[in-house]
Design a protein around this ligand. Structure first.
Ligand code: NOJ
Ligand code: MG
Length: 533
C-alpha cells in the first residue's frame, strides 16, 4: 500500500519526540534538582512548542550513581522527583494536552542496591544468583575475560563474599542482568506491564544492544585503533559483549507485549552501524522495536555530501514497513550548537525537522545552548570522575533549562545541581519567545509547518543534489512537493535547482531576512514549494 492510501498510521510516525532530562528541566521544591511537579508546571511550554511525545530519562528510585540509569526499583518513583501520585498527575496532564509520555526502560543492568542484586550476591545458591552474570576468576586468577567497562576499567568486579566476579558493562554499581534467565525475563516483562497498565505510551530502551552477551564469554578482540587517552571502553571491540543474535528474541518479546496494549511505541537505544541497526526492526513475523534510534547524524561529519550519502544509505537499508527516525543529540552527546555553532544549529533544526522519519529533540537544543565549561568542583558525571582528564564528561550537556531572567534562570529557587549555560541571561525561554528571530521561534515555526504539511511529516524523500556545502532534498505527498535546501557553509551559495523545476512560495527560512531567489545566503536553509506536478 502506498503512503497516500494508507488509512491510518500510529501517532509516532508523524510525531515528534522531545527528551526531558528530569533533573534539569524544572525544580518545584527548591532543592536545585528538577522534579515531576516541575515538569507538570512546564507542559504548556511543550505543547506550545508543538511536540507530540515526551520521553523522560529515568525517574525511578536510584542511588543516582549514574543519575537514575542505576535503578533500584523499576516500579517506583525516586523521592527527589516526587511520588506515584505526582507521576499519575503528570501523565494525566500530558494526556489532557493531547501529548504522549514515554519512560526510560533500563533492562541491561540494575543498581547494586536493587533487592534482586542484594539477594543475588548473598550466596552462590540464592534463587536470584543467575539473574545476574557471575563467573569464576580466570584460571590464574583475575577477571574472567578482557571485557572493559564503558566507564573505564574491567567489566568485572570481584565479590569476596562468594569468591566470584559479576559483570557490569557500565559502573560497578550497575551489575548486568542475565537475559538468558527465563525468570528474570518474566520479571522484566512485568515491569513493562506495570507501566503500560498505568497508561504510559511507550519506552525508550536503554542500551538494548548490550542486553545479551555471547554464551561462553570469549575475550573481545583488541581494537586496532585504540590509543591511550581514548577511555578504556575502546580498548577492545565489543564483538562478544554486545549485539548477539538472541537479542532479537528479547526485542520481539517486548514488542509483542507492547502491541498487546494498542499503540504503544518502543524506541531502542542502539549505537550501531546502519546494517546492524536496522535488524532491530525485526521481521514481519517477529517485529522488534518500532524505532531503533538512528544516531548516524551525530557520527557523520557536517558535510552535505556525507549527509546526503547517509540519508540514501539509511533509507535503502530500512526493511519493508520500517519507519525511519533521526537524532542529533541527547544527554550523552555534545550539544548541537557546541558542535556546529548557533548559525549551523539553525540549519540542523531544519534538517532534523524535515527529514523523513520521527525526530527526537533534546531539551535545550531549541534554545541553541552551546559550550558550557564545568568547573572542576562542579563535575558530577561518573564517566568523568572515574576517568578524569579524558574529556569524557557529560555534565555540559545536562545543564538546567534557562526559563527566564530571574534568579537561577527560573529553574529553581536554589543553586542548581549543575551550573547554567553562562549566557542564560540572554539565552532563555522568555527572551527567545519574545524574539521572532530566535532559534526557539525557528523551532516553533518548523514544528508548526511540519504539522500542517503531510509532505514533511509522512511524505517520501528524494535527495536531489549535494556538493560539499549544499544539501537538497524533495519531500512529496499527495501532489504536494517541497524543496528543502540547506547551506552547510558560511558562504553564499547557489541553489542547485534541477532543470525544469519551478519554485514557488518560500515556506520557511532559517534566517530572519528575506530569501533571495536562487541564492542561499551564508548559513541559510529554506523550504520552498515546488510548482506543478
Ligand atoms: C545510556 C544512557 O543514555 C547513559 O546516560 C547511561 O550512562 C548508560 N546508558 C548506562 O545506563
Ligand atoms: Mg526538586
Amino acid at each position: 500500500m502506498s503512503d497516500g492510501t494508507r488509512l491510518s498510521r500510529p501517532w509516532w510516525e508523524p510525531g515528534v519526540i522531545y527528551q526531558v532530562y528530569p533533573r534539569s528541566f524544572q525544580d518545584s521544591d527548591g532543592d536545585g534538582i528538577g522534579d515531576l511537579a516541575g515538569i507538570a508546571a512546564r507542559l504548556d511550554y511543550l505543547s506550545d512548542l508543538g511536540i507530540d511525545a515526551i520521553w523522560l530519562s529515568p525517574i525511578f528510585p536510584s542511588p543516582m550513581a549514574d543519575f537514575g540509569y542505576d535503578v533500584a526499583d523499576y516500579c517506583g518513583i525516586a523521592p527527589i522527583f516526587g511520588d506515584m501520585a505526582a507521576f499519575d498527575a503528570l501523565l494525566a496532564q500530558v494526556h489532557a494536552r493531547g501529548m504522549k509520555l514515554l519512560l526510560d526502560f533500563v533492562p541491561n543492568h540494575t543498581s547494586d542496591q536493587h533487592p534482586w542484586f542484594v539477594e543475588s550476591r548473598s550466596s552462590r545458591d540464592n534463587p536470584k544468583r543467575d539473574w545476574y552474570i557471575w563467573r569464576d576468576p580466570a584460571p590464574g586468577g583475575g577477571p574472567p575475560n578482557n571485557w572493559t567497562s564503558d566507564m573505564g576499567g574491567s567489566s568485572w568486579e570481584f565479590d569476596p563474599a562468594t569468591g566470584q566476579y559479576y559483570l557490569h558493562a557500565f559502573l560497578r554499581e550497575q551489575p548486568d542482568l542475565n537475559w538468558r534467565n527465563p525468570a528474570l525475563r518474566e520479571a522484566m516483562m512485568d515491569v513493562l506491564r506495570f507501566w503500560f497498565d498505568r497508561g504510559v505510551d511507550g519506552f525508550r530502551i536503554d542500551v538494548l544492544w548490550h542486553c545479551v552477551k555471547a554464551r561462553d564469554f570469549p575475550d573481545n578482540p583488541p581494537n586496532p585503533d585504540y590509543r591511550p587517552g581514548m577511555g578504556e571502553k575502546l580498548a577492545v571491540l565489543q564483538t562478544h559483549s554486545t549485539d548477539q543474535p538472541e537479542i532479537h528474541d528479547v526485542a520481539h518479546a517486548m514488542r509483542a507485549l507492547a502491541d498487546g496494549y494498542g499503540e504503544r511505541v518502543l524506541v531502542g537505544e542502539l549505537y550501531l552501524p546502519t546494517e546492524t541497526l536496522v535488524r532491530y526492526y525485526g521481521s514481519e513475523d517477529a517485529p522488534g522495536c518500532h524505532l531503533p534510534f538512528n544516531f548516524q547524524l551525530i557520527e557523520t561529519p557536517w558535510d552535505a555530501r556525507a549527509i546526503a550519502r547517509l540519508i540514501e544509505a539509511y533509507e535503502a537499508a530500512l526493511p519493508p514497513g520500517g519507519w525511519p527516525n533521526w537524532v542529533l543529540s541527547n544527554h550523552d552527546r555534545p550539544r548541537i550548537a557546541a558542535r556546529l555553532g548557533e548559525a549551523q544549529a539553525r540549519i540542523a533544526a531544519m534538517l532534523l525537522l524535515t527529514l523523513r522519519g520521527t525526530p527526537t529533540l533534546y531539551q535545550g537544543d531549541e534554545l541553541g545552548i552551546g559550550q558550557v565549561a564545568i568547573p572542576p568542583d562542579r563535575v558530577r558525571d561518573p564517566q568523568d570522575l572515574r576517568q578524569p582528564g579524558l574529556g569524557l564528561g557529560r555534565d555540559a550537556f545536562r545543564t538546567p533549562m534557562p526559563w527566564d531572567g530571574t534568579a537561577h534562570a527560573g529553574f529553581s529557587s536554589a543553586e542548581p545541581w549543575l551550573p547554567l549555560n553562562p549566557d542564560w541571561p540572554d539565552r532563555n525561554v522568555a527572551r527567545q519567545a519574545a524574539d521572532p528571530g530566535s532559534i526557539l521561534e525557528l523551532y516553533r515555526r518548523l514544528l508548526a509547518l511540519r504539522r500542517q504539511r503531510a509532505s514533511l511529516s509522512v511524505g517520501d524523500i528524494a535527495v536531489i543534489e549535494a556538493d560539499e556545502d549544499v544539501l537538497q532534498y524533495v519531500r512529496r505527498h499527495d501532489g504536494e512537493r517541497l524543496l528543502v535546501a540547506l547551506n552547510l557553509s558560511s558562504k553564499a551559495r547557489r541553489l542547485l535547482v534541477p532543470a525544469g523545476m519551478q519554485l514557488g512560495e518560500v515556506l520557511a527560512s532559517t534566517l530572519p531576512s528575506e530569501h533571495s531567489r536562487n541564492i542561499l545566503a551564508p548559513d541559510e536553509g529554506v523550504i520552498i514549494r515546488i510548482e506543478g506536478e
